[in-house]
Write a protein that binds this ligand. Structure first.
Ligand code: FES
Length: 242
């Protein structure tokens, strides 16, 4: 027996469609005949390309979400926001300080934050957006970078912010400052880059490139690899790379 499909009405950009109630908004749009060439990327809640804004019946609230994650609901009234215009403070990270003055110069609107927390409430990644904006206001680059790490840049926080802050770009600045000026350099990486530059691996690579398929397979099988269930203590120590 065919499983019973329960159809519900939804309104996509003002037009009503009947769609199965088990679909995400993205799949419901395709079911309704839309071909998504914008507003669709990973389909897994990671790329941030599929923002939507919607209202539900008998609610005054504007809700936001990701089309590939949000489920359809009866009589939801929605529009897609595949791109939200964000301000970008153009900069050369090498010439900036990892401090509050940088945020003041490039994103002064950050200091207009009224702490309404709307950004946090609208984030589909459950990031503490207001907290990382507050960290930027204090010049705490490390905290701003760490709190914003999962940002997918959908722009939904900006779409709801009364202070018109471009949160995602403030977050990128914080992470660039953190990565370039706060985190200590990985010494083992610098050493390995030096070894590459001085030709340490040239001979081995040449051998690999000239090997036939059978020897390549044997080399692959004989390679050093951890078993799937390797205990933590098997994890490489930093000096394993030296
Ligand atoms: S398609 Fe990538 S987050 Fe939805």
């Amino acid at each position: 027996m065919e499983p019973k499909v329960n159809l519900i009405p939804i309104h996509i950009m003002g037009k009503q469609y009947m769609v199965p109630d088990v679909l995400t908004v993205m799949k419901a749009m395709e079911y309704a005949g839309y071909q998504l060439t914008r507003g669709c990327g990973c389909r897994g809640g990671i790329c941030g390309a599929c923002g939507i804004a919607y209202r539900l019946p008998n609610s005054y609230k504007i809700e936001v979400g990701l089309a590939c994650q949000a489920m359809v609901q009866p009589d939801m009234y929605l529009a897609v926001l595949p791109f939200y215009p964000n301000k970008r403070g153009v900069h050369d990270v090498e010439n900036l300080g990892a401090n509050v003055d940088t945020f003041k110069a490039l994103y002064p609107e950050v200091f207009k934050c009224v702490s309404c927390n709307t950004c946090t409430k609208s984030c589909p990644m459950s990031i503490e957006v207001m907290d990382y904006i507050n960290a930027a206001m204090r010049g705490d680059v490390r905290q701003a970078a760490e709190l914003s790490f999962d940002c997918v840049m959908c722009g939904l926080c900006t779409s709801r912010c009364p202070a018109e802050i471009s949160h995602a770009n403030v977050a990128i600045l914080a992470r660039r400052l953190y990565g370039s000026q706060v985190v200590p350099r990985a010494e083992h990486l610098a050493k390995q880059v030096k070894q590459v530059k001085t030709g340490k691996f040239k001979e081995g690579l040449a051998k690999l490139k000239s090997a036939d398929l059978t020897s390549l397979k044997e080399l692959y099988k004989a390679r050093e690899a951890e078993p799937d269930n390797a205990p933590d203590e098997w994890a490489p120590k930093s000096n394993d790379y030296l």
